[in-house]
Design a protein around this ligand. Sequence first.
Ligand code: T4K
Length: 373
Amino acid sequence: MHAGGKQMREEPILVVRPSLPPLEEYIEELRPIWDSRWLTNAGPKSKQLAEQLKSHLKVDNVELFANGHLALELAISALGLKGEVITTPYTFASTTHAIVRSGLTPVFCDIKEDDYTIDVSKIESLITARTSAIIPVHVYGNVCDVAGIDAIARKHGLKVLYDAAHVFGVEVGGKGVGSFGDMSMFSFHATKVFNTVEGGAVTFGDPAYAAKFESLRQFGMDGQERVPLIGTNAKLTEVHAAMGICNLRHTDEQIAGRRRAVLRYRERLDGVRGIKLCKPAVGVKENYAYFPVVFDGYKLDRDEVLAKLNERGIYARKYFYPITSSFECYHGMFEIQETPVALRVSKRVLALPLYHDLAIEAVDEVCDTILGA
Ligand code: T4K
């Protein structure tokens, strides 16, 4: 098949491709679940996975949930946040929706030009008497200025809850990224660096939160007869936990595969006029979760590049466009001009295909299409 004079590939290249363990390995992991008939409600597999993640992520406490979004909503609930929270609109819908669905008001702070995380220099002017927390996003796997955020939070008595959906396995100065702030939410969705098909976690330092999370994700119950909290159902099943146990055995080698693809992208695209890449961060063990490229002053604009890629069967995505403050469900509620950098980047960015077994030839094909366009 031909499109636009170029050959359309038979197998499309999607922006991500979920990692799966060998099927036999997963079947072996499922066997005890079949034997015991213990399928959900904090069974042995989810306990085992939580323990393994504690050491893998280098954090003190881990609680597992049905997905990252519910984990974020329950973290907001466990922290008892009220009033306003400072966050960024340059993220997936989940971050802003979790805040609004919890009855809080998001106050949007702009992002930095270089790594698209929250611009710490702009936080303090947004703090009011109603502010209870900062909810920054480690977007694409790029780590926020955790020291700067910590200093502001301490000074003003604010909680810090990181949206860490993209930073599985990332370390800063040898510390697990989930050990910063009061809590961090990780997503284990199928499309993430580490997946349990659907799933998520919250990591935190204060062990007192563990019992609260256990109750909140199990309808707010404490045992069979007491219901002290208005909770929900957000449990990770044993079948999903088993997938996590298998995938965790392969995550490091998969991150190495992502790294190979990223190095090739950087080799091909770095320094090209009008193409902006994120620089590798100093002192950070990266996970190569996403590969965002900003087209600013390139011979084609972002949408034209995307159309060229699509013609070839390459499905890059506009992560993250539009900014959440401009969603139609929030019409009239926010002033999108207040975050000009986020607005500008969102109109120019493309996340290029990236996954652990993306062939170098496929990376070259993506780059050839962009550069030869
Ligand atoms: N915070 C942030 C910053 C997040 O990015 C996310 C999720 C969350 C919070 C919430 O965490 P979760 O509640 O999801 O655990 C996808 C993911 O569904 C979503 O988890 C992720 N962020 C977001 C960035 O990407 P969509 O709407 O782009 O999904 P979709 O269906 O278009 O799939 C993306 C690509 O993956 C397509 O090319 C198809 C491919 N794909 C997808 C699935 C589901 C597969 O190849 N296999 C699959 O099974 O949101």
